[in-house]
Design a protein around this ligand. Structure first.
Ligand SMILES: [Zn+2]
Length: 69
């Protein structure tokens, strides 16, 4: 039997910087600061995502990968 560690993933919405469509991102709230690239589900451009996990809220920022923050 495989025991898996249950991490409650948080779902956060943010706008794609290319097509401005709202997207939902799965965020692991156990990591306080994260930066990663994920392709837009609509236009497939690489979105740079920065996540800051606070005590009460999760802040998500998006930027074009080529531009950075
Ligand atoms: Zn897009």
């Amino acid at each position: 039997m495989v025991l898996s560690i249950l991490i409650k993933m948080e779902e956060k919405s943010a706008q794609c910087p290319y097509c401005w469509e709202m997207q939902y991102f799965e965020i692991d709230p156990s990591i306080a600061e994260q930066e990663y690239v994920e392709d837009c589900q609509i236009c497939c451009h690489p979105i740079l995502i920065r996540v800051t996990v606070g005590i009460e809220d999760i802040d998500i920022q998006t930027a074009k990968e080529s531009d950075g923050f």
